[in-house]
Design a binder for this molecule. Sequence first.
Ligand code: M6R
Length: 608
Amino acid sequence: MCGIVGYIGARDCTEVLMDGLEKLEYRGYDSAGIAVFENDIIKTVKTRGKLEEMQKKLQTEGKPTGHCGIGHTRWATHGEPSDINSHPHSNGRVTIVHNGIIENYIQLKEFLTEKGYVFTSQTDSEVVACLLDYYYAERDPLRAIIETVKELEGSYALGIIFRDFPDRVYATRKESPLIVGIGQGEYFIGSDIPAFLKYTKNYVLLGDDEIVCMNGQDISYFDVHGLPVEKEVSVAEWDVEQAQKCGYPHYMLKEIHEQPEVVRKMLNSAVKDGVPDFSEIGLTDDFMRDVKRIFVVACGTAMYAGMVGRYAIERLARVPVTVEVASEFRYMNPIVGEGDLVIVVSQSGETADTKASLELSKALGAKTLAIVNVKYSAIARGADMFIHTPAGPEIAVASTKAYTVQITALYLIAFRIAFARGTIDEEELKRLTAQLGNAPKAIKDIINNKDECQFIASQLVNAENLFFIGRGFDYALSLEGSLKLKEITYIHSEAYAAGELKHGTISLIEDKIPVITVATQSEVLAKTISNMEEVKSRGAFIIAICRRGTVFSPESVDIRLELDTVLEDMLIPLPTAAALQLIAYYTSVLRGIDPDKPRNLAKSVTTE
Ligand code: M6R
């Protein structure tokens, strides 16, 4: 969703802001803008469209030269993507960039209109600029911000400059990410660390409603009452290379290739003496033994990772697991409480519905565990227990490496819960953990075999509709494979539990329609094959993903992608996921789409 940057220091501010916005492109946006002090005058350049449009506009309108300013990429929520609705927004003496949603903006707009303010955009954000101006009567920026945030309902990260203070950038946040970068005599703000990683690795996390004031020489933090706050400086673990393409044509391809390494990292961080051990974060055997029910709550790909986790936990530990879409869970008055464990899974750690579900679960008395990739995110910090997925920065909108690491974490949890509850013994715990140690190689083998995925993509490139089918773990993989494919290829795709297709949807099967059959699970293989044959006999073009040597009747499969792996069935989703990601990736590229930036999508969904 929207990206915020801000800078004060000796560098060329426009360059720093544009560079930061480029690093935040992955969040998804449809317009962009910057406001920079040039000789004490704020010069604003903004436009609908991508950063290339901004660069053109900077050429034609003149690039602001200065050392202090703010910038923004907007993902439209209130009002269409247009030059006027783009940020920064100014009114009177204040210019702002905003990420989030101001829920009471209509009431505030009425109030401000009565006070004589005139609005030019359709955004909720413009009211913040006006309200700040309204409370700026005493020309005290801090007081104006304090009074303003008291009135705002909803979520916000704000970068603010005041016309009278050409050497200051202010920022504040509530429920939307905003990070402060600390350089040598220069300061930054960004919605995420990559925005300023090129200049500094030192950062500070702002708490809800904390305010930062930075000038070239100094930085100060205040609470909502205006009292000074001491903040701790952390050092980012990421380096610039990790946040760059490193020779790959797309981030997505790079991130697919990183999977063997990051899965290995996950294993290294959670396995001690050959077995998973989460006691350090409070996930002890005693707790796991007594847990009544488990809920996995997440959105999109993270939720599909939860489905794999559910199959693994239920199979091994015999604890009931429910997987819920976070946007439903939070409003369904869920029957959750003491004795239950709610696992929230999220790459970004900022997803609004997942975060709200976490808060609700805590309020209802459940224990919460977050499996999150971004350590400093709100979800990671808000849960009772936190497992960090060390996937590193995931820039492509389509989640790949975060998903496989989430699954790895969930397998390790499943093994340990099963051991804690006595459904497996120590020997089996060690055996399963060692088996999972083979996953990085299995994923690597698929990646080395990418030509086959590329060939399958060439057969899908002109499809208008397609289906994925599978049973059990293969069904969970089908859902994820289908989501991946549709989000970056724009081909309509549906995933079905293989046995469910004939209860209606099979009427859509017609000549040559591709059906990707995921058939890796030996327990249900015969059943999956018969479902595959049902659609084949109605004209479907069958692509089967299976273990090497799986026997099908000669005419039932058009193309097969065979997995060579020693992994047992339960763990085979890891290499299968890589195969499905590569198929989606190559299909997207063949269709001339940029897989890193699919239309209408945002990387981090901070609104409901
Ligand atoms: O950051 P999160 O993992 O919480 O994001 C959840 C979904 O928005 C995300 O997985 C989305 O479905 C991806 N675009 C899928 O590739």
